[in-house]
Write a protein that binds this ligand. Structure first.
Ligand SMILES: Cc1cc2nc3c(=O)[nH]c(=O)nc-3n(C[C@H](O)[C@H](O)[C@H](O)COP(=O)(O)OP(=O)(O)OC[C@H]3O[C@@H](n4cnc5c(N)ncnc54)[C@H](O)[C@@H]3O)c2cc1C
Length: 476
């Protein structure tokens, strides 16, 4: 394991200042949360040294990070995200299971509702893991710490970029120790800086400080509020299910989710748009579930023992920074929420970060690793993964009347078709499975419009309802 504390990093940088010769090829990743850990894993195969800098203290165990309040809320790792992370870290699935994770087929071990429409259940040949965000990330952190060329340093905050005199490249960054007074700037040289500092990233501002344009930013103001509680899981609660998910629809804009978690717990989140905030007191939380959540979820909330009081989160808008359309200096990339952060009800953030890490790996392999074309190769490939998730999330949000935003004709047509998919999925397991595979990012949304699927969806109301459930296939 490679460790360096923040003071040792300071000493290293002090030695580097002046005209000291540049050392081996170095990549610096800003932010050691999910996206930063994945980026470091990919980069370590292509450089001599990866420094992973994190401003906050990091736990050594799988416990929560108090400085990251959103990570206490329900975090579903979609089937595609699990697949990609297991590809990057072979065997990590077993470690997640050893940490208490529970694996389930997204079609047969979960119940999916679109508003009040309950989908037919059928195996989707896709498995997702139910495990708390802290444990998902904690296991990942262990694996990254074990990689020899990666050094994780906490207590260090990046404060700006260093640029070449001709502005063609980023050559490093400014940083400070968290316990030092603001403004005391140190420098660190790097061949590549990867910003994984999350939704509040200051990379756009730093680029402007270096004389470049900030990327264009798109926002969709969903104004969603969350209330989350943890409950004791007992065998009689939602038997045979690992998850119950209720997506918001125009006639029922109250999403909710129940997920099994490590430690014999359930996590339940209820959401509401605009002023329709879910209550944060226990009685109100139970009442809201009885009124608005699927019966299977409502029963758990009514019967199970609460392990904490409900707690809230407000998410004002989804945002996407269009780095793939920007003209960037060489030597700087971004990943994860720093590029795009989605309305959390779709559970996409971690999985999209994983797809971006894969895009980074492919972009590094496609050229001479850190060359001038890297940013173009990477951001274009990352944008393709983001496009799918962004269109799904933004399209679904724009179907909700209270969400502000333009609704051009294609969005209205797609949403009208998606409503028909929801209708058909109640009785047609093939349609239900096709939709679930799209929402788990395993297939692109156009698969729902292939001729055979289109025919099933459009003819659903005239066909005799099929048996709405198929027997689950036991996991091999
Ligand atoms: C309420 C809620 C529920 C969600 N549910 C889901 C879900 O079910 N499924 C899912 O996939 N996603 C979900 N998400 C989204 C998911 O949390 C994010 O997509 C994910 O955390 C992105 O990880 P990240 O590493 O890009 O950013 P972050 O997790 O935000 O991490 C950024 C890191 O950078 C560090 N940092 C910031 N600035 C600096 C700096 N200047 N120098 C050094 N370090 C810095 C921070 O301390 C932090 O560790 C949810 C989000 C919210 C808000």
């Amino acid at each position: 394991m490679n460790t360096l504390d923040a003071r040792a990093l300071a000493a290293l940088c002090d030695k580097e200042t002046g005209t000291a010769p540049r050392g081996p090829r170095r990549a610096v990743v800003l932010g050691a949360s999910l996206a930063g850990l994945l980026a470091a894993r990919v980069l370590h195969e292509h450089v001599d040294e990866v420094l992973l800098l994190e401003r906050h203290a990091l736990p050594m165990d799988l416990g929560p990070r108090e400085t990251m309040p959103h990570t206490h809320h329900t975090h579903a790792l979609l089937a595609r995200g699990r697949q990609v992370i297991e590809q990057l870290f072979p065997g990590i699935g077993d470690e997640w299971m050893a940490a208490g994770g529970r694996l389930g087929d997204v079609g047969s071990d979960a119940l999916f509702y679109a508003g009040r429409r309950r989908f037919a259940q059928a195996p989707a040949d896709a498995q997702a893991i139910c495990l708390g965000r802290s444990a998902i990330e904690g296991v990942l952190r262990w694996r990254v710490r074990a990689l020899p060329r990666i050094t994780l340093v906490s207590g260090v905050e990046a404060t700006g970029l260093l640029g070449a005199a001709d502005r063609s490249a980023v050559t490093g960054l400014h940083w400070r120790l968290r316990d030092e007074p603001a403004g005391d700037r140190r420098t660190l040289r790097a061949d590549l800086v990867v910003d994984a500092s999350g939704r509040g990233s200051r990379l756009p501002k730093w680029l402007v400080e270096l004389g470049h344009d900030a990327p264009r930013e798109e926002q969709v103001h969903c104004q969603i509020r969350y209330a989350t509680a943890y409950l004791q899981r007992e065998p009689q609660h939602a038997p045979g299910l690992e998850a119950v998910i209720c997506a918001a629809t125009p006639d029922h804009p109250r999403p909710s989710v129940l997920l099994s978690q490590e430690g014999g717990r359930w996590v339940v989140t209820q959401g509401g748009y605009g002023e329709d905030a879910p209550p944060l007191d226990r009685e109100g939380f139970i009442r809201r579930a009885q009124e608005a959540a699927p019966s299977e979820l409502a029963a758990v909330v009514r019967d199970a023992q609460f392990l904490c009081e409900p707690f809230g989160y407000r998410f004002p808008h989804s945002q996407r920074r269009r780095y793939e359309r920007s003209s960037l200096p060489a030597g700087v990339l971004a990943i994860g929420d720093s590029i795009c952060s989605f309305n959390p009800v779709f559970g996409q953030g971690m999985s999209v970060a994983a797809c971006e890490a894969l895009a980074l790996q492919q972009a590094l392999q496609a050229g001479a690793a850190i060359d001038r074309g890297l940013a173009r190769r990477y951001f274009r490939a990352a944008a393709r993964s983001i496009d799918i998730a962004w269109q799904t999330a933004v399209g679904a949000d724009l179907a909700i009347p209270s969400v502000q935003g333009e609704r051009p004709l294609p969005v209205r047509l797609i949403n009208a078709y998606v409503a028909k998919v929801f209708d058909a999925a109640q009785t047609d397991p093939d349609v239900a499975v096709a939709f679930e595979r799209v929402s788990h990012l395993l297939e692109a949304p156009p698969t729902l419009m292939r001729p055979a699927m289109l025919a099933r969806v459009l003819s659903a109301r005239w066909r005799r309802p099929a048996d709405a459930t198929r027997p689950a296939v036991a996991a091999a």
